[in-house]
Design a protein around this ligand. Structure first.
Ligand code: ATP
Ligand code: MG
Length: 239
């Protein structure tokens, strides 16, 4: 579904991604794990078009998107949930959700998608009128996922959905991620520092360090890989 080849990008003079290549197979959950500063967010921003690719290509369903702006990528079925729960704090939950649907013209479709999102995250229905900035961290994470789903994507990128959220809520969010992957056949790529939970839920994984892919394999292979065990699964409590 997605094929990234020899992708290079960065900020100013610094080159962060150093010829990254990876694939996301349709229908799968693929995870990218790696330490702070590895370039995971930079990779997502480049795939989404928020940062230009200096070299290499981003091919989605056979089409090279490398030169297209983010809006055109959303229209082709890609959505990004950015790191750090960037809700529009002064808008209500409902208004945040509507913002996610600005590429969908059909009002009835918007309504239907919103119903599905409320079904996935009932707490958002309860808080529909509440200002998004006053939601708890976990609720904000649910809202940014729901907002991304409002554009009816076929490929969803999630940047650290577990960051700063209680273990119980993390479990719940990952259950929902599983559900949207299976029930709606949504292909998902997620960046995580919580390697335990990411490898448990994904089908395939990449380990990214210093702007490069160091290790890749099925999640089963990665969980048994001594380097992964030592560096990423070592001291964390399993969840
Ligand atoms: N806007 C920016 N301007 C300049 N440098 C940046 C910018 N954003 C990120 N960087 C640098 O790019 C490198 C990769 O950052 P990035 O955010 O992609 O890492 P990451 O793997 O997502 O880390 P984390 O796990 O902490 O989120 C870092 O060295 C960072 O300082
Ligand atoms: Mg990041």
């Amino acid at each position: 579904m997605l094929e990234v080849s020899d992708l290079v990008s960065g900020y100013g003079k610094s080159e962060v991604l150093r010829e990254i290549s990876l694939k996301v197979v349709k229908g799968q959950i693929v995870t990218i794990i790696g330490p702070n500063g590895a370039g995971k967010t930079t990779l997502f921003r480049t795939i989404f078009g928020l940062l230009p690719a200096r070299k290499g290509t981003v091919v989605f369903e056979g089409e090279d998107l490398s030169k297209l702006p983010p809006l055109a990528r959303i229209q082709r079925g890609i959505a990004l949930v950015p790191q750090g729960r960037a809700v529009f704090p002064d808008l209500s939950v409902l208004e945040n959700m509507e913002m996610g649907a600005y590429t969908v013209k059909d009002k009835k479709q918007v309504q239907e998608t919103m119903e599905k999102c409320y079904h996935l995250f009932p707490v958002l229905r309860e808080r529909m009128k509440q200002r998004a900035g006053t939601l708890s961290g976990g609720e904000q994470q649910m809202l940014v996922i729901a907002r991304a789903l409002m554009s009816k994507p076929r490929f969803l990128m999630l940047d650290e959905p577990s960051l700063g959220i209680s273990p119980r809520l993390v479990k719940e969010i990952f259950k929902t991620i599983d559900a949207i992957n299976k029930d709606r056949n949504l292909t998902i790529c997620l960046v995580e520092q919580n390697a335990n939970i990411a490898l448990k839920h994904a089908h395939f994984g990449y380990v990214m360090e210093g702007g490069q892919i160091r290790i890749s394999g099925s999640t089963q292979e990665l969980m048994n890989d001594e380097r992964v065990k030592h560096a990423y699964l070592g001291k964390r409590e399993s969840q």
